[in-house]
Design a binder for this molecule. Structure first.
Ligand SMILES: [Zn+2]
Length: 443
């Protein structure tokens, strides 16, 4: 059994044997200079779902690393603007990040390293690069990676094709304008190093963490497509310089999330933060549905209509789960193969599950209904949907209210009975009247 997944390095689908092989994956986590936006949420969900897939089907060891960037130029800039220390900026955003992770129902990776714990390891790495002539120290005491040493530098991206929005810093102490900083000497905030006070280059940070936690070679590296160049391209250059490997052949990138066809950016003030929108109405399941109903590599054009549509679909799924929970049984079918094995096609799997819900409703065979119900539920859980009860009302309160409503209705006091129905609806409970009486269920 193999998962075919597109690699930005080879520009084609690569195969991963996931049943009897160890799996190790590294995903670039957030830089804690700000609260997460809904584009960050997409990356988190895509790779959380891939991790869940491996957990479900891999019989060997799985190691998932999702790092935390706790120092870089953006964090220092934010600390200066807000009169806080970089540590305070990180701590504040770390709390928000943890809340987002909980809301999104993310599994905890095996490792969530903070870069600053790896500083001494980075110094060793830099020494090695300097010794191998892949890095040089300048008169300003900055250290750069020397791309002229490489036979080829365009690993993930043809640099000449890049638009001007991806800027290459052209400091005057570089040998080649494309050389990138792995250590920058600073006047203000910085860490002590063998080369004086300074801060690490971002690309260097991830490389040190995956080297330490996953070794010279691992199964796949993931992140948002916006990290392809320069971040991931330069990670490959660093690995190549030090270890003569590309660390992995499989570089998986999820597409961007755009707001009404436009990229999220500070300059047009269209950034939507996760914490501002993930609330009671649009919970983690709604966002997971939104993200997984678009293929992970396609751009996702976010709009309120799209979010409402995800809510509608999640409501249908919840209704199915709670209304028919007496069909739960231990038999189910494996449905991942046709959909996820082909470049992790989650939208196709979700469509399939919706069709299966229709099959369930139409079927009159009890055994078949049990198998369909259990298969759908197990697959949804495997994809990371929570589908938990959302109401704050106790069962006793619900029974009392539904009974009251039923008696009012029998007495033809429709206005009063509808009031209770609305109250229940607002508390995520639906009622259905049948020829035998009524049933209520959670949604
Ligand atoms: Zn990274």
């Amino acid at each position: 059994m193999k998962l075919k997944i597109y690699s930005s390095l080879s520009k084609k689908n690569e195969e991963i044997s996931f049943v009897d092989e160890n799996i190790s994956m590294y995903v670039c986590g957030p830089t804690l200079y700000n609260a997460l936006h809904i584009g960050n949420g997409r990356t988190l969900i895509v790779f959380d779902t891939l991790y869940r897939f491996f957990l479900k089907f891999c019989k060997k060891k799985i190691t998932y690393v999702r790092n935390i960037t706790d120092i870089d130029e953006k964090i220092i800039q934010k600390s200066q603007q807000s009169y806080k220390t970089p540590e305070e900026v990180v701590e504040e955003n770390y709390k928000l990040y943890n809340k987002d992770k909980e809301n999104l129902n993310l599994l905890t990776p095996n490792y969530e390293p903070f870069f600053t714990e790896y500083l001494p390891k980075m110094f060793d790495y830099i020494y090695d690069l300097i010794e191998k002539n892949y890095a040089y120290i300048t008169h300003k005491n900055n250290i750069y990676f020397s791309i002229d040493k490489l036979e080829k530098y365009d690993f993930l991206q043809n640099i000449e094709d890049l638009n001007t929005s991806v800027r290459i810093n052209n400091e005057d102490d570089k040998n080649n304008s494309k050389d990138f900083a792995i250590w920058k000497t600073t006047d203000g905030f910085g860490y002590n190093s063998p080369w004086g006070k300074g801060i690490p280059g971002w690309h260097m940070e991830c490389v040190v963490m995956h080297q330490e936690l996953l070794g010279n070679s691992f199964t796949l590296h993931g992140g948002g497509i916006d990290l392809c160049f320069p971040h991931h391209n330069n990670e490959i250059a660093l690995c190549y310089g030090r270890n003569n490997t590309l660390c992995t052949n499989i570089w998986v990138h999820n597409g961007l999330l755009n707001i009404k066809e436009e990229k999220m950016s500070k300059s047009i003030n269209n950034i939507i933060l996760m914490k501002d929108i993930i609330k009671n109405k649009f919970d983690g399941d709604v966002f997971r549905y939104l993200y997984l109903s678009t293929h992970y590599r396609s751009p996702l054009n976010y709009s309120e209509d799209k979010l409402e549509n995800s809510l509608k679909n999640i409501k249908k799924i919840r209704e199915f789960k709670f209304k028919y929970n007496n069909f739960l049984n231990k038999f189910c079918e494996s449905v991942y193969s046709d959909h996820l094995l082909e470049d992790f096609n989650t939208p196709s799997l979700l469509n399939y599950l919706h069709n299966k819900i229709d099959d369930f409703i139409q079927s009159i065979d009890l055994k078949e209904k049990q198998i369909i119900y259990t298969t759908i539920l197990n697959t949804l859980y495997m994809l990371g949907f929570n589908l938990s009860i959302r109401t704050k009302l106790s069962e006793k309160e619900i029974n009392k209210l539904t009974e009251q409503r039923w008696n009012l209705k029998k007495n033809k006091e429709f206005a009063e009975s509808d009031k209770i129905r609305t109250l229940l609806h607002n508390n995520f409970i639906e009622i259905e009247d049948t020829s035998y009486g009524y049933i209520w269920f959670y949604v």
